[in-house]
Design a protein around this ligand. Structure first.
Ligand code: BDR
Ligand code: CA
Length: 311
């Protein structure tokens, strides 16, 4: 039976590749996409979510708009990485498929209440505002979650938006704190993993060589996305952060990590949004998450290329 997931997202080229990977994979049943403000403001992330579903040839996928701003901070966006639209690179047509009327947070709550307990996995690929709002508003749904597999944080790699913090956590540290303390089963794909999932010329060429609209779009996404990280890190390519979440659901054996305590810094101006991960077990704080540390990047790209070719 396919595993039921809700993708909570702020597309984002790497979010787009994650969504395409999920929609191409019959191990997964995408119950819906909930958009959140993050890389770009909410009107763009919900629009981009629908563009991606249509690109995948899956216009029946339900897309909901969630929260437009973090719980208690002003929104910080990342046009410097993703471009003005959040999805710069390919020219994608304006979507015809509708946005659902229901608020994304209500959809998350209703789905967790109506599906059998522990059969729905949440896949946050952006700031955790929608998930934390759902947990605040309906604490009963927390124990119904099968697992939360999220992209966010860093330990050895430290920060990408500030010297100390990764973008998704930094944008809404209060939300991340609520999720980390919720008691739900949590698996984290931090920068420590995603910075090893780098595009290379050969990998981008493999997408382009598919000669399909989706293959070409993925090559254009990754070509665009690459520029920023190559200039910043001097790396061979760009990290495909968010697809790591979906790949984990399909091929967990590609990843290794540790079940440890992870806390979020919510007070300090200097280190706001830092994921304080007890990787070395130097405290007696109880483990609350599986924090991944390594990835089989070859296996990851083999999976991605095989699945994107299906669309
Ligand atoms: C995360 O931030 C966003 O820019 C990406 O989409 C990813 O989810 C990486 O820090
Ligand atoms: Ca994202």
């Amino acid at each position: 039976m396919a595993r039921k997931i809700i993708i909570d997202t702020d597309p984002g080229q790497d979010d787009a590749v994650a969504i395409l990977l999920a929609l191409a994979s019959n191990e997964l049943e995408v119950l819906g996409l909930t958009a959140v403000a993050g890389n770009v403001p909410l009107p763009l992330t919900e629009l981009n979510s629908r563009k991606i579903c249509e690109l995948a040839g899956k216009p029946e996928t339900r897309v909901f708009a969630g929260c437009a701003a973090p719980l208690s901070r002003k929104l910080v966006t990342a046009e410097h990485v993703h471009g003005r639209t959040g999805l710069d690179g390919p020219e994608l047509p304006d979507p015809v498929m509708p946005l659902q009327d229901q608020h994304g947070v209500d959809f998350i709550i209703e789905t967790l209440r109506s599906e059998p307990s522990k059969t729905v996995t949440l896949c946050p690929l952006g700031p955790l505002t929608n998930i934390a709002t759902a947990f605040n508003r309906a604490p009963d749904v927390v124990e119904k979650v099968e697992e939360i597999v999220l992209m966010g944080g860093a330990y050895f790699e430290v920060g990408n938006i500030t010297p100390a913090a990764e973008f998704n956590i930094y944008v809404d540290p209060q939300a991340a704190d609520i999720v980390m303390k919720s008691g739900a089963k949590i698996t984290i794909m931090p920068l420590d993993v995603t910075h090893k999932a780098l595009t290379t010329r050969a990998r981008i060429d493999a997408f382009r060589a598919m000669n399909t609209p989706v293959g070409t779009a993925v090559a254009d996404f990754t070509d665009f996305f690459e520029r920023f990280d190559m200039a910043k890190y001097g790396s061979e390519g760009a990290p495909l952060h968010d697809p790591c979440v979906i790949a984990y659901l399909i091929r967990p054996e590609l990843f290794t990590g540790r079940h440890i305590n992870v806390e979020i810094e919510t007070m300090s101006e200097l280190t706001l949004g830092m994921t304080v991960a007890d990787w070395w077990g130097v405290t007696d704080r109880a483990p609350n998450a599986t924090f991944m540390g390594d990835i089989d990047a070859e296996g990851f790209y083999d999976l991605l290329i095989e699945r994107i070719a299906r669309l």
